[in-house]
Write a protein that binds this ligand. Structure first.
Ligand SMILES: Nc1ncnc2c1ncn2[C@@H]1O[C@H](COP(=O)(O)OP(=O)(O)O)[C@@H](O)[C@H]1O
Ligand SMILES: [Mg+2]
Length: 282
């Protein structure tokens, strides 16, 4: 299934990155039609480890069923002598990690409107996934891409999971995958995945959009009155940045250690103060 892409005339333009399996992510364009849209090819060599192959199949299966403006569009795959190649649309402005890094180096904080616009893009994409029973499981700024219009698109579904309750002890829901710095506490402690496990990293990215640093650079545990360590919710400097206090509240709803208390996207997106935050022009 290749959607109207003239493979024979694709011409290499640039390398955008390397993927974690030793393959490349490269940009191509149609040499006969320079105005046609450019295409990104993510290649995974056949000699990659087995799990890489599984990841590609998974990514293919999931992306084939997904069609949403805030999720990187997938056009299909082709095979060569030595690799699997997945074709996607091009996100002109690269990934959100580099964006945050640039902003942080220049100390250029985002205004509330930009923070909320970016949050709304990610929330919309995740809601769409969750409603289709897909958990992303690897949300982090490297896997969020930015298009020419500065809108975000979720990418990298290599370890995403179609959630089923058919087999409760499903091993895949139990596998610890993802990136430690962005892992929800229940995942890090080996408990099963749930949709809520995607909300925690969304909270981290949200905090990073506000503060331009990871929330857990310092210790996130404090000793309570009972002498036990407890989690301290990171504080966004709302007054310093000119943000409303609802920004901190939103952050706290995502940073609930207990997944039962952590808000779902449905709940977040229906909560009047958060809707107002997303609508505000400043
Ligand atoms: N369609 C794209 N447009 C722009 N950059 C991309 C695109 N796909 C991937 N990249 C770049 O390549 C990096 C790795 O791609 P990704 O799909 O996340 O592969 P991996 O599974 O190796 O993490 C991304 O963080 C991004 O910087
Ligand atoms: Mg990635």
């Amino acid at each position: 299934m290749l959607q109207n892409i003239d493979l024979a005339n694709l011409e290499f333009e640039a390398q955008l990155g390397t993927n974690c399996y030793g393959g490349h992510v490269c940009l191509f364009r149609n040499k006969k039609d320079k105005r046609s849209r450019r295409i990104v090819v993510k290649s995974i060599p056949y000699n990659s480890p087995d799990y890489a192959y599984q990841a590609v199949l998974k990514e293919h299966t999931i992306l084939s069923q997904i069609n949403h403006p805030r999720i990187l569009r997938y056009f299909g795959f082709f095979q060569t002598e030595d690799s699997w190649n997945m074709l996607t649309e091009f996100a002109e402005r690269g990934n959100l990690a580099k964006f945050l890094q640039r902003r942080s180096q220049r100390n250029e904080f985002l205004c509330q409107r930009s923070v909320m616009a970016k949050f709304a893009d990610m929330a919309e994409a995740l809601l769409y996934l969750h409603q289709r029973k897909v958990i992303h499981r690897d949300l982090k700024p490297e896997n969020v891409l930015i298009d020419a219009d500065n809108r975000l698109k979720l990418a990298d579904f290599g370890i995403a999971k179609i959630f089923t309750n058919v087999v409760p002890e499903d091993q895949l829901n139990m596998t610890i995958v993802g990136t430690p710095l962005y892992m929800a506490p229940e995942v890090a402690s080996g408990k099963p995945y749930d949709y809520k496990s995607d909300i925690w990293p969304l909270g981290i990215i949200f905090y990073e959009l506000c503060m331009l640093e990871h929330p857990f650079v310092d210790n996130c545990l404090a000793i309570g009155k009972d002498g036990k360590e407890r989690f301290v919710t990171p504080k966004i400097d709302c007054s310093g940045r000119g943000y409303l206090n609802d920004i901190q509240t939103l952050c706290e709803m995502m940073f609930q250690v207990d997944p039962k208390k952590r808000w779902t996207l449905e709940k977040i997106l229906k909560h009047e103060p958060f809707i107002r935050l997303m609508k505000r022009e400043m």
